[in-house]
Ligand binder design. Structure first.
Ligand code: 16G
Ligand code: MG
Length: 528
């Protein structure tokens, strides 16, 4: 039971805020995300829950990230990070939803009911770390978070501005400190140091060709990338663009990974020449896509599917050179958004098993843990590689019989540090891609040449219910290599329609027909 003093403190603190009328909140794939001015009471509830989660887990550190990722500048959001840097356990999403919807004059009672329902030992310590992206509303929301944590007597550390993956890293470091699994120093500097040291080890004896232009979405990734570059005194020529965090409206505006992926074009601000490597981060730097324009100035995208195939092929080759391939189960995790050509390539050329999961990092991450080396990426650029304990042991304990084997083992070892295993991380993924391209001696054109994407139609958004699988399947069977699906968005009030086929016109046609079928099934659906 919560003490009367704590309940009183919660009630008093809560009354400073006003709950938006008639709004129902739901903790979804991206936590809570909406217009920033609606978020005060939601953030307050998340602060209360973070403390409870920590107490429930015997005082382990829990993270709270205030960000709305690739959304427009006027939005914001908040999500919880579990002790190993993973997404909040699914069952707790419902508790978050419950607290966020509690009327303010009852919130202390709902808190107390949750304490009983979850069976939280209130005498346990509670510890929380939090950070935010560069949105103007962030400081107000962090103030609200502070009020909730103070009311419930939670120990906390404010890490100020951080990328989402940096906060995940810090949470994992805090909870592994002093153990044999210590993940790194729990500080921003510790994060850079780990990346820089491991990148140098991976890069021993190889050189990066040409330069890389990185579009930072005018978000928190910009200043953080600049910090990283300062410490990376290697011959990596990185040109930073779209790193304006002063003008609040520039965030994600005509730039960033989401813009590039959905519009299938480079940000207008990009000055890169033909065949130059380019990359875009999203607003909180947990998504990464690459691209370039070819000799005919045609835009070429290298998205999450491409990063997955690149990483899987490289790690597979290294495992073979290191003589440990037979000990490791390497696999790839994708969602239905993965281009069919990438799936074919992984199965037929790389000969690796694939797991297909629902959209959302938590689903991919959990599936990846079923492999010794689990490469997971969403097509939109969220992803990373996980290494099992068995993999880490095999890499560490194998006695090399030749210099080549030794080099492969060293490289794998360094990769386990370079890759952020807590969560997908655009900065870490970027160094991974740069290292692999350098090892392979590949230009982006050679990377693109590994297979040919099936054409896809631009995504359709509809406001009506899904659930038309049979109809969709019969429609897609009429097209050569046709594949389509519709799903309810977890971040917007919309249904998304995806379609690919052997040619662009067939993909467009299929998308239109599926969209119509969804619309007919809906009440008053309309294309957005
Ligand atoms: C969230 C998810 C992302 C997913 C996207 C789908 C995380 C950290 N983020 O941004 O993985 O691709 O939602 O959005 O899990 P949608 O449901 O609106 O299509
Ligand atoms: Mg993001």
């Amino acid at each position: 039971m919560a003490s009367p003093a704590v309940k009183k403190a919660i009630s008093e603190a809560a009354l400073q805020y006003q709950k938006p009328e008639g709004k129902v909140f739901e903790y979804g794939t991206a936590g809570f995300r909406m217009k920033a001015d609606l978020l005060n009471t939601v953030v307050f509830a998340v602060g209360l829950l973070a403390g409870l989660r920590s107490k429930k887990l015997s005082g382990q550190w829990i993270g709270v990230m205030v960000t709305a990722s690739h959304n427009p500048a006027e939005d914001n959001g908040v999500k919880l990070v579990d002790p190993m840097g993973e997404m909040l356990e699914a069952e707790w999403e419902t508790y978050a939803t419950k607290l966020a919807n509690a009327p303010l004059d009852k919130i202390a009672d709902v808190y107390d009911e949750l304490v009983k329902e979850i069976d939280v030992k209130m005498t346990n310590p509670a510890r929380v770390v939090f950070a935010r992206d560069t949105r103007a509303s962030g400081s107000r929301l962090v103030g609200v978070l502070n009020a909730a944590l103070t009311a419930t007597q939670v120990e906390f550390i404010d890490f100020k501005y951080m990328t989402t993956p940096q906060l995940h890293y810090v949470v994992r470091c805090k909870n592994t400190l002093g153990t044999q699994y210590q993940y790194g120093e729990p500080s921003e500097l510790g994060y850079y140091q780990k990346l820089v040291d491991s990148f140098k080890k991976v890069m021993r004896g190889v050189k990066v060709q040409g330069s890389l232009t990185v579009d930072c979405a005018n978000g928190v990734g910009g200043p953080k990338l600049r910090e990283l570059i300062k410490l990376l005194d290697t011959p990596l020529d990185i040109k930073v663009i779209n790193d304006d965090v002063i003008n609040p409206d520039s965030l994600n505006f005509e730039c960033g990974a989401d813009y590039v992926k959905t519009k299938q074009r480079a940000p207008p601000s990009s000055k890169a020449g033909p065949l130059d490597r380019c990359a875009s981060l999203d607003g909180d730097a947990d998504r990464l896509v690459y691209y370039f324009s070819d000799e005919s100035n045609v835009f070429r995208l290298l998205d999450g599917d491409r990063i997955a195939t690149l990483a899987a092929s490289f790690i597979g080759d290294l495992a073979r050179s290191a003589g440990i391939a037979s000990k490791l189960k390497i696999g790839v995790v994708q969602t239905a958004y993965a281009n069919g050509a990438s799936t074919d390539y992984i199965e037929k050329v790389l000969k690796l098993p694939i797991i297909c999961t629902n959209t959302g990092v938590k689903h991919l991450h959990h599936a990846a843990l079923r492999f010794d080396v689990g490469v997971y990426f969403e097509a939109n650029g969220h992803g990373t590689v996980t290494f099992s304990e068995n993999a880490l042991k095999a890499i560490k304990n194998t006695e090399p019989q030749s210099p080549a084997q030794q080099r492969a083992l060293e490289c794998l070892q360094a990769l386990t540090d370079l890759i952020n295993q807590a969560v997908g991380d655009a900065l870490s993924d970027m160094l991974l891609v740069e290292a692999i391209l350098a090892h392979k001696g590949w230009t982006p054109k050679e990377w693109l040449g590994t297979y040919t994407d099936l054409p896809l139609a631009p995504e359709r958004k509809l406001e009506s219910p899904a659930g038309l699988q049979g109809k969709i399947e019969s429609l897609q069977s009429r097209y050569h290599k046709g594949r389509s699906f519709a799903r309810a968005s977890g971040t917007e009030d919309a249904v998304r329609v995806y379609a690919e086929a052997a040619s662009r016109s067939e993909a467009d046609d299929l998308a239109t027909r599926v969209a119509n079928a969804v619309r007919e099934a809906g009440t008053d659906g309309q294309q957005a």
